[in-house]
Design a protein around this ligand. Structure first.
Ligand code: 5GP
Ligand code: ZN
Length: 112
């Protein structure tokens, strides 16, 4: 999608520190990390929120979770990690392209 930062990262038009890529998704380092390890997993397809999941996209999202689970240890997250998916303005979603924050590399306090 034109003017979407994450579509531009997927297309290679904006550089990113990639840690994983396959046909469906990309995982790269957040530019402003809030934990020692802060990765973003994005689908290559543009859509903004889980409200836009149909059956095909639900399978895609499930596949993303499975891939994260399978590769987390390679990314230094063997001690545990947190997945966060901000949805909409009140949750602080700033990029309208679905993304899963992957946080870890340190003990994480729980909060809202
Ligand atoms: P949100 O607030 O929408 O849940 O998360 C968006 C995230 O994208 C933020 O954590 C922000 O730091 C990250 N981000 C925004 N622009 C860029 C960029 O150009 N490159 C990378 N690697 N991360 C970005
Ligand atoms: Zn996009």
């Amino acid at each position: 999608m034109k003017d979407c930062i994450f579509c531009k990262i997927v297309a290679g038009e904006i550089p990113s520190a990639k840690v994983y890529e396959d046909g469906e998704m990309l995982v790269f380092r957040d530019i402003a990390p809030v934990a020692n390890i802060h990765l973003l997993a994005v689908p290559k397809e543009h859509f903004a929120t889980v409200a836009e999941l149909d059956d095909r996209r639900a399978a895609l999202a499930g596949g993303m979770l499975r891939t994260i689970g399978a590769h987390a240890h390679e990314w230094g997250l063997e001690g545990g990690y947190r997945l966060v998916v901000n949805q909409g303005e009140a949750a602080g979603q700033t990029v309208p392209h679905l993304h899963i924050h992957i946080l870890g590399g340190e003990p994480l306090p729980w909060g809202k």
